[in-house]
Design a protein around this ligand. Structure first.
Ligand SMILES: Cc1cc2nc3c(=O)[nH]c(=O)nc-3n(C[C@H](O)[C@H](O)[C@H](O)COP(=O)(O)OP(=O)(O)OC[C@H]3O[C@@H](n4cnc5c(N)ncnc54)[C@H](O)[C@@H]3O)c2cc1C
Length: 421
């Protein structure tokens, strides 16, 4: 039943899926467009039992806890850096928070011993093989000219997925812009921020700075409202120019942070968007994570959603005995409601994140000032947690054992026993 599976994208969804596919006995190759593992981005959260259970079963929860951010309050400041309001971390924080780059590294290290990683390449073309009218596999041609044959191809290549474009059509048919752009890069912690964040809002813009990696550095995060532009996603210089023009003279630390941008070891720039599709599978191709249902970077859900979906997709393949037609249909069915909840979360936050005008900015600040003292303050955190937990995870490993006659430990990747005949 072993399948030869190609995954596009080595960030979060791809390596998480590689882990589960390997545990179910498949052979996995991951192709990543970047020439190495991509660091960068701010923090991602895991919350609720569904997320924690998956991390625990993958054996990465302790690694993640060791490197968690421990970020405390978010302090809103005025142009002079004077504190206006403070939001305690427990109002929004998940159970464990880690820098996205650190998580990607942990998942890569976990899966590297049994996954074939190919960096600096990308899928250029996919052709379904047919023998006597029956689909037998996919022939993949890579940008490098290499050709490979796979049983299944999974697009875990993010918001601007190449697999989605090849199998489902142009990006504009599936991606909805939420009206914001976001830039994130690492800077020295020149303000000496101690496990906290500082935020400065002006109409249509937010600049935040968070201490990171035990205060040894900081992350500068810029959000601004703008319609979708045709800026080249590969042209970092053009993106940095746009950011500099948008925030020049904006006040507080804006200019200083922009001045550090050119020396940043990482620079992430993208639209805040959602991917909305009627279906995530076609033939022998399936989409996973942001490529299929990006809830937006503001939802706080993208990473947990991708990890849950990797578990479900690999599990359904195992449960269907490798029959991808059955497994893909069950994967879509199992994820549909969960995805809808996570996406709703993203839309709500996008509306609140960047105030449109001074009046809304003022109202939001009053709200932030009052929030820590309101009796219903836990409601927001609880509602996000409920969304993250709104899925019943099957125990695929145990179920598979009863079907194949092979007992597989739920806590160890090894086959631990074969039942007597
Ligand atoms: C550098 C970076 C920084 C990020 N920062 C944040 C953040 O601060 N906060 C947040 O909430 N989310 C952030 N995200 C998104 C976050 O990682 C995802 O929302 C979530 O973890 C789901 O991950 P994913 O693996 O589905 O997609 P992504 O994390 O977007 O990963 C997609 C991967 O596919 C690769 N790829 C893209 N196109 C191709 C192609 N044609 N061929 C091969 N590989 C390809 C990309 O290089 C990337 O490694 C960031 C993503 C990246 C890549």
């Amino acid at each position: 039943m072993t399948k030869n599976i190609l995954i596009s994208g080595a960030s979060v969804a791809g390596p998480a899926l590689a882990y589960w596919l390997h545990r179910h006995g498949h052979s996995v190759t991951i192709v990543e467009k970047a020439t190495g593992l991509r660091d960068g981005g701010y923090a991602v959260d895991f919350r609720g039992e569904a997320h924690l259970r998956i991390l625990r079963e993958m054996g990465v929860l302790d690694d993640i806890r060791r490197e968690q951010t421990h970020t405390g309050a978010m302090v809103y400041v005025n142009a002079n850096g004077k504190k206006l309001a403070s939001m305690p971390a427990d109002l929004f924080a998940g159970d464990v928070e880690i820098l996205r780059g650190d998580l990607a590294r942990i998942l890569f290290e976990k899966t590297a011993p049994y996954t074939r990683y190919v960096f600096g390449d990308s899928i250029a073309r996919m052709d379904e093989e047919r023998v006597a009218g029956e689909s037998t596999g996919v022939t993949v041609t890579f940008d490098s000219g290499a050709v490979g044959r796979y049983d299944l191809v999974i697009g875990a290549d993010g918001l601007h997925s190449g697999v989605r474009r090849l199998a489902f059509g142009p990006e504009e048919d599936h991606v909805s812009h939420l009206g914001l752009y976001c830039a994130i890069f690492t800077v020295p912690n020149h303000l000496g921020i101690d496990h906290a964040g500082l935020a400065y809002t002006t109409p249509g813009k937010v600049v935040t700075m968070y201490s990171a990696r035990e205060n040894t550095e900081a992350k500068a995060v810029f959000y601004f409202g703008a319609p979708l532009t045709d800026i080249d996603r590969r042209d970092v210089a053009a993106q940095q120019r746009l950011l500099a023009e948008t925030f020049a003279g904006n006040g507080w630390e804006s200019d200083r942070l922009l001045g550090m941008m050119a020396d940043a070891p990482d620079f992430y720039f993208d639209s805040v968007s959602q991917v909305r599709m009627d279906g995530w599978t076609r033939g022998r191709v399936a989409l996973l994570g942001d490529a299929a249902y990006c809830p937006s970077s503001l939802s706080g859900m993208g990473t947990g959603l991708a990890m849950v979906a990797a578990y479900v997709l690999a599990g359904e393949l195992a449960e269907a005995g490798g029959d991808h037609v059955v497994a893909f249909a069950r994967y879509e069915e199992a994820m549909r409601e969960y995805v809808a909840g996570c996406q709703k979360q993203g839309q709500g936050v996008a509306r609140l994140m960047v105030p449109e005008n001074r009046v809304i900015a003022w109202l939001l600040r009053q709200n932030y000032k009052l929030m820590p003292y309101l009796p219903g303050k836990k409601m927001i955190a609880n509602s996000v947690r409920k969304t993250a937990e709104n899925i019943a995870l099957k125990d695929y490993l145990v179920r598979r054992s009863s079907q194949t006659g092979t007992i597989v430990s739920a806590s160890s990747p090894a086959v631990i026993a074969n039942p007597p005949a």
